[in-house]
Design a protein around this ligand. Structure first.
Ligand code: PRP
Ligand code: URA
Ligand code: MG
Length: 212
């Protein structure tokens, strides 16, 4: 089997500070949303590091110069519903021209298997770099299912960006998608008996949308 790409972990004081506030169960719904948006902007900065550039000639105030611009088609962010939507605004703050796809995946609380209830991608995915978004990489079933769909739609070199990952989810992705670069703000300790990340931040969707 091919060797999986090692995950990239953001090691920055701002990320660690904001992540601690995010994990705090006293943080309000509004605070959780704001912190998720801020963290996703920092995540976008790292997740887009490998994008390629082409030369671009411009007239600077001091005269002509060879600058650079992003190569190829516009980026596509793919949100895994619901909680992936919490990462979208920060990503779009940094890359406003990106296209957006959505994949609805529901995790069964007993079996931890996922089922798809929605799929909507831009029509011209082939040749686009897709960054799949979900705050949580727990068992990895949701991320792996989403990556399978995004690859089938023709995405080139897809990337997976999350706030928290655990070794179990990273191993599942390494088995099924060793070519996918994972970018995360933290690798937490383990999963509990209900498939929740420890220490984690609770249920990301519920905290973002105030549903529990
Ligand atoms: O790695 P996994 O074990 O698959 O778990 C991670 C998934 O669980 C959560 O979604 P959930 O099913 O709770 O849906 P929600 O976003 O609608 O709350 C989370 O947002 C991920 O999509
Ligand atoms: O800890 C977890 C695991 C899966 N989904 C969440 O929202 N939180
Ligand atoms: Mg949830």
């Amino acid at each position: 089997m091919s060797k999986a790409l090692p995950p990239i972990v953001l090691d920055h004081p701002l990320v660690r500070h904001k992540l601690t506030r995010l994990r705090d169960h006293n943080t309000s719904t509004a605070g959780f949303r704001r912190l998720t948006r801020e963290l996703s902007l920092l995540l976008a900065y790292e997740a887009t590091r490998s994008l390629s550039l082409v030369p671009r000639h411009i007239e600077a105030p001091s005269g002509p110069m060879e600058g650079e611009e992003l190569d190829g088609k516009k980026l596509c962010f793919v949100s895994i519903l619901r909680a992936g939507n919490g990462l979208l605004d920060g990503m779009l703050d940094l890359v406003p021209s990106a296209r957006v796809g959505h994949i609805g995946l529901r995790r069964d609380h007993e079996t931890l298997e996922v089922s798809e209830y929605y799929f909507n991608m831009p029509s011209d995915v082939p040749g686009r770099t897709c960054i799949v978004l979900d705050p949580m990489l727990a068992t990895g079933h949701s991320a792996a299912a989403a990556l399978t769909r995004v690859k089938a739609a023709g995405a080139t070199n897809p990337i997976f960006a999350c706030l928290l990952a655990v070794p179990e989810g990273i191993a599942h992705m390494a088995e099924l998608h060793p070519d996918v670069q994972i970018v995360t703000c933290s690798i937490d300790s383990h999963l509990d008996e209900h498939g929740y990340i420890v220490p984690g931040l609770g249920d990301a969707g519920d905290r973002l949308f105030g549903t529990r």
